[in-house]
Design a protein around this ligand. Structure first.
Ligand SMILES: Nc1nc2c(ncn2[C@@H]2O[C@H](COP(=O)(O)OP(=O)(O)O)[C@@H](O)[C@H]2O)c(=O)[nH]1
Ligand SMILES: [Mg+2]
Length: 383
């Protein structure tokens, strides 16, 4: 059927022994972040995860932790998963969506900054003499929600995904897959993959070299599904054949969260909390964190505070260029509007003239009518 391993539970206990031991010693910390425009179902997906697989999670807590700036506040959800004495401390970071392009185009910047800040905080803790009990919110998997337009990625998506991809394991997902037909969803995914390749956007790919054939096949199958299509819902609904499932009810039937013919939710969940959690953790540590640490080492002295992106001249430059482009666009629009206005005025004048002419024509006709009536009156009076 689906090719997914049929193991239940979190599956980490089935990891190759060596790796298992390393992580089991400390217990794994695993952090997922959701990013994307508002209204795409980010919060719903998190709740869906917790209402399906993760329902027996222990010590579930929700809190607003960080006010990133006056617009951006992230919510931190923590829970513990345990299987065969293997513990995972799961953290999910829910971000508010950034708004539309014109009004809110910088509102994603604090999210990128947040990711850097976690690397920074961890690095600082590593430099301390007491290295016990580090708090660690480095993001291991960042789900980027794509609006199901059926067209392609927007310039803003490309811009943000580029920035995220160099910092975290970026996993693109197509939001609200139930709003597209299977055919449209298929072409949409193809187009997104093409843009990701053409734009050199770095996304997370499951490693294909695996210990055994089955895992390799599994990784290939996951790769082919990227960007994962998602249906989120915490509602129990009844299907036509009488099953009760998490899903969304429509006149034509039920869009099922955990049905692989409907969306890739199961694949994504399996990747995150079963088969690739460890790879996501180690690539974050070995690639993204190492990357951050090295760049910081090269550009500043030990102990020096980090240069914030927003104060960075290069970022400023880009910012300035974008602002200029925007101003130019506004100017062009205004010119177009003025032209249109002038056209309208000319048109109005023309119509007024027509109206005048019509008026005088009417006057003339009325005068003729009067003349006729006068003539007619005379005629009758004679009789
Ligand atoms: N059709 C459809 N609607 C969804 C899906 N997931 C969430 N929604 C709806 O979209 C709206 C916004 O969801 P929410 O999770 O608050 O979006 P967020 O702003 O990204 O956190 C709500 O009305 C959800 O019920 C989905 O998979 N399909
Ligand atoms: Mg939300």
């Amino acid at each position: 059927m689906s090719g997914l391993p049929v193991t239940d539970g979190i599956g980490i206990a089935n990891l190759p022994n060596q790796k298992h031991k390393i992580v089991a010693k400390r217990g794994a910390h695993f952090t997922i972040m959701v990013v994307g425009e508002s209204g795409l179902g980010k919060t719903t997906l998190i709740n869906t995860l917790f209402s399906t697989e993760l329902s027996p999670a222990k010590n579930y807590t929700r809190r607003h932790l960080k006010q990133l700036d006056k617009l951006t506040e992230v919510e931190i959800i923590k829970a513990e998963l345990e299987e065969k004495q293997f513990k995972v401390k799961l953290t999910v970071i829910d971000t508010p969506g950034f708004g539309d392009y014109v009004n809110n185009r910088e509102s994603w910047a604090p999210i990128v900054e947040f990711i850097d800040d976690q690397h920074e905080a961890y690095m600082r803790q590593e430099q301390q003499p007491q290295r016990e009990a580090k708090s660690d919110l480095r993001v291991h998997a960042c789900l980027y929600f794509i609006r199901p337009t059926g067209h392609t990625l927007k310039p803003l998506d490309i811009e943000i995904m580029k920035r995220l991809g160099t910092r975290v394991n970026l996993i693109p997902v197509v939001a609200k897959a139930d709003t597209l037909t299977q055919h449209d969803l298929y072409t949409f995914k193809q187009r997104i993959r093409a843009v990701i390749a053409a734009q050199n956007i770095r996304i997370y790919t499951p490693p294909l070299e695996a210990d055994d054939e089955q895992s390799a096949d599994h990784a290939r199958m996951l790769m082919d599904a990227i960007p994962f299509s998602i249906i989120g819902s915490t509602e129990d609904v009844k299907t036509e054949d009488g099953r009760v499932v998490k899903g969304r009810e429509y006149l034509w039937g039920v869009a099922e969260v955990e049905n692989e013919d409907h969306c890739d939710f199961r694949k994504l969940r399996s990747l995150l909390i079963r088969t690739h959690m460890l790879d996501l953790i180690s690539t974050t540590e070995d690639n993204h964190y190492e990357n951050y640490r090295q760049t910081q080492m090269e550009t500043r002295k030990f102990g020096e505070p980090k240069v914030r992106k927003l104060d960075n001249p290069k970022f400023r430059e880009e910012e300035e260029a974008l602002r200029k482009k925007f101003t130019e666009q506004v100017k062009a629009e205004e010119a177009r509007f003025r032209q249109w206005e002038q056209h309208l005025i000319a048109e109005r004048d023309r119509l007024n003239k027509d109206l005048e002419m019509a008026h005088s024509a009417i006057k003339q006709l009325e005068a003729e009518l009067d003349n006729l009536q006068v003539g007619y009156g005379r005629g009758t009076a004679r009789r």
